[in-house]
Design a protein around this ligand. Structure first.
Ligand code: NAP
Length: 266
């Protein structure tokens, strides 16, 4: 039987809030492959959940970090250096936009809301990539999570679409700069998944049900399907030639042109 072997590999996972988090599905696959992980969580309230989720993992390390604080990011990477010595991968699965940005017309977005959304959701990848490169002595893989609204208008997604466009471009520029060091940087564009972050987007339920009816596979994806691609992108054996890429795990939704109502199909 073929298995992906990541034993002896170390990485950091940002963005596990609970069992539904995309980062959790990724961490679950990486754990099964034998990798050791440091989990960064925002806020004390998440510690108990993370302790429960990661019990049984290989020597998990848990470190609190708000990614908008440089000193807290420094601390995460200092702990990673002390505990693990070097890094092989980083998973960046973080986003935030103030609720008003989803409710108000896009053209009303305030300067403050623009800055905060870009800071948490896009700049954080660059801040993390810069620190990760110093610990990736033998190459590595950095993964971020994005959404179709980076490329096309998804009504209501508004400011988060702008941040995802910046995130995807940032991943490409990082991939170019870090490529000579053997560090690969890729974005996974996931279809709608019911998570805490998704629930804060008004109309998410309608988006998810519409996507499932018109996607090529006529269904929505599952968290584990994103985890599977992340595992492949982190494994040098499977994903070693892939960098600077945005890969869709969305049951084919992104490639549809004219979208018919289900009862109009010929
Ligand atoms: P999630 O479980 O709510 O994960 C989002 C994570 O971001 C949470 O752990 C959250 O922590 C963290 N976060 C927010 N602001 C932070 C900050 N300042 N510092 C540190 N962490 C912060 O939701 P998810 O759906 O898995 O989201 C993960 C990624 O997938 C996001 O980039 C999202 O845009 C992307 N994505 C999601 C979907 C979807 O349909 N769910 C589709 C495509 C892409 P707190 O809980 O403490 O705020």
């Amino acid at each position: 039987m073929y298995t992906v072997d990541l034993s002896g590999r170390n990485g950091i996972v940002f963005g596990v809030a609970n069992r539904r988090s995309i980062a959790w599905a990724i961490a679950d696959k990486l754990n099964q492959a034998g990798a050791r992980m440091l989990f960064s969580y925002q806020g004390e309230r998440l510690l108990g959940t993370l302790e429960t989720l990661t019990s049984g993992f290989i020597d998990p390390v848990l470190v609190e970090c708000d990614v908008t604080e440089d000193s807290q990011l420094d601390h995460v990477f200092d702990v990673a250096r002390q505990e693990m010595g070097s890094l092989d991968f980083v998973v960046h699965s973080i986003a935030f936009a103030p609720k008003e940005t989803f409710l108000e017309p896009f053209s009303n977005v305030s300067r403050e809301d623009w800055k905060q959304t870009m800071d948490v959701s896009a700049y954080s990848l660059v801040a993390i990539g810069r620190r990760a490169r110093e610990l990736m002595n033998e190459g590595g893989s950095i993964i971020t999570l994005t959404f179709l609204a980076a490329q096309r208008v998804v009504p209501g997604y508004n400011m988060m679409g702008i941040a995802k466009a910046a995130l995807e471009a940032s991943a490409r520029f990082l991939a170019f700069e870090l490529g000579p060091r053997g560090i690969r940087v890729n974005a996974i564009s996931a279809g709608p998944l019911r998570t805490v972050a998704a629930r804060s987007i008004p109309g998410f339920g309608t988006t998810a049900s519409r996507a499932s009816s018109v996607a090529m596979l006529r269904r929505n994806i599952q968290q584990q399907e994103v985890g599977g691609l992340a595992l492949a992108l982190i494994s040098d054996e499977l994903g070693g030639g892939i960098t600077g890429e945005t890969i869709y795990v969305d049951a084919g939704y992104h490639a549809m042109g004219m979208i018919l109502n289900p009862d109009e199909e010929g």
